[in-house]
Ligand binder design. Structure first.
Ligand code: GLC
Length: 482
């Protein structure tokens, strides 16, 4: 029941359905959809990157220049995703490039200016379009200057005076640190000292600006909210998060089951339901199709999948030292991802020597991500840190048992088999060490080899979990109202 209808402007650098590089995009689509379902009015605003298909055919809602110096020209396109209207900020100078943030693993040298402009334009367009939200919900460093500008630039502007801001922190390792010169396109930073954002005499952090200026802050899981209060868990920003502790929430992300459910998934070779016969048949067919797709032998064998950005955040450095030893067992491992070229080379080398057991696909493929979730028996997420993690939640929906490190949202969403057999939905380990990962892999394989019936029971139990966005959206509304 809606007590008060809120108008929410969701600001993000990527949105699933239009363009995606990671979990942020999934949230940027699913959360607005659920908020709308609750009766709230939601718009999204994002950069109108050149590579968004259909961009150039979309209506132009506004052609203007920033009212403030340096009066950069831009236009606003009417994009749309799943019935939610998306304001696309188009500016050829900044967003007509082949990628969103980086090329050849190298960040664009003007990212500071690009996202400073984007943050300024998000607010600049509002009076011009006569859009006056109650809440502006920013996400991660790219939009950290939105709460800052709202507080500083528009402090005495009546149009903005009732608007409150929220910042969601999806990954605090990315702080958006730039030299003042790199963001001199905002007059506020020409002064060369902005206490709300300063991290040294010469540099600022856009994330810090958001954390200090937003009215409320959300971490994407309860455990991550606690971790952000520590030096290690916040990657050196504990003081900032501690200063905002009373405004810090931790709301676990949900799963968009219209995208990630084996019953309706249009990517996978065979759909299946949460009952034993359907699950066993469906997963078998998907496994066989994936084996063919990635050139692994056709056989009924324990399959371990992993889909991720290739970075140490995802625990690849725990896996690499023990992978070959694990591959001595009767198993198959499939890893799909792109990222750090050094990690990619190491994985490719191991795959070349173990081609009958290990397939490494260096690609970013939504289709393959769905296939791996459906086909595998186990899903690897041994992350060093993980603000929420979504793939472990998707895995459970496909009866694929996540193997996770007990950190961030992984800890909040997966129950380890050996700690709680009745409620188990996967396997977990604690210490950030390769040998610990090997041990948990062996625990899972032992159960698979000696009691496949029990594995199927746990898989079915995992399928029946419900991480609905509806529940998460209720908590967001509570935060907005506060
Ligand atoms: C980032 C985090 C991931 C989280 C996602 C969505 O990608 O690394 O843990 O699930 O954002 O919030």
């Amino acid at each position: 029941m809606v007590t008060k209808t809120l108008s929410i402007l969701f600001v993000a650098s990527e949105v699933e359905g239009l363009i995606k590089s990671g979990g942020l995009a999934d949230v940027a689509k699913a959360l607005p959809k659920s908020l709308k379902k609750l009766g709230h009015q939601v718009n999204i605003v994002m950069p109108a990157y050149q590579s968004i298909s259909g961009r150039d055919a979309a209506d132009i809602l506004l052609e203007t220049t920033l009212t403030h110096w340096p009066h950069t020209p831009y236009q606003v396109r009417a994009l749309e995703v799943d019935g939610i209207s998306v304001f696309g900020i188009e500016c050829a100078e900044y967003f007509d490039r082949s990628e969103m943030y980086a090329e050849n693993n190298q960040a664009y040298s003007d990212n500071g200016e690009r996202f400073a402009f984007f943050s300024a334009a998000c607010l600049d367009m509002l009076p011009k379009l006569n859009v006056q939200p109650d809440i502006i919900h920013a996400n991660d460093w790219h939009t950290g200057l939105v709460p800052y500008l709202l507080k500083k630039r528009y402090e005495n502007d009546a149009f903005f005076s009732h608007i409150r801001s929220v910042l969601s922190v999806h990954n605090a390792v990315f702080k958006g640190i730039f030299h003042y010169d790199e963001i001199a396109c905002l007059a506020e930073f020409k002064a060369n000292y902005v206490p709300e954002a300063a991290v040294s005499h010469s540099h600022i952090s856009m994330l810090k600006a958001g954390v200090l200026c937003a009215d409320k802050i959300n971490a994407v899981s309860p455990t991550y909210a606690k971790e952000l209060l520590t030096e290690l868990g916040s990657h050196g920003m504990a003081v900032d998060f501690q200063s905002r502790e009373s405004d810090l929430f931790g709301i676990l992300n949900g799963c968009d089951y219209s995208e990630w459910s084996p019953e309706v998934d249009s990517f996978i070779p065979k759909q299946f339901k949460a009952n034993r016969i359907s699950m066993v048949r469906g997963k078998k067919a998907c496994k066989s199709a994936l084996q063919e797709e990635v050139n692994l032998p056709q056989k009924e064998v324990a399959m371990y999948g992993m889909v991720c950005r290739l970075t140490n955040q995802k625990g690849i450095h725990y896996l690499l030292p023990i992978l070959e030893q694990f591959l001595k067992n009767d198993v198959q491992v499939v890893i799909v991802g792109t990222g750090d070229p050094v990690l990619a080379n190491q994985l490719a080398e191991i795959a070349a020597i173990n081609s009958d057991k290990f397939a490494f696909v260096e690609a970013y493929s939504n289709k393959l991500a769905h296939w791996v979730e459906a086909a595998s028996d186990f899903f690897l997420m041994p992350s060093e840190f993980e603000p929420c993690g979504l793939n472990q939640i998707y895995s459970m929906a496909y009866g694929t048992l996540p193997i996770v490190r007990e950190v961030g949202g992984l800890k909040d969403s997966v129950t380890d088999y050996d700690s709680d057999i009745d409620n188990a939905t996967g396997f977990s380990f604690k210490n950030p060490e390769p040998v610990e990962l090997l041990l948990v892999l062996m625990r899972s394989l032992l159960l698979y080899s000696q009691n496949l019936n029990e594995i199927k029971r746990v898989q079915l139990h995992a399928m029946k979990q419900n991480f609905s966005w509806d529940e998460a959206a209720d908590k967001y509304v509570e935060m907005y109202l506060s």
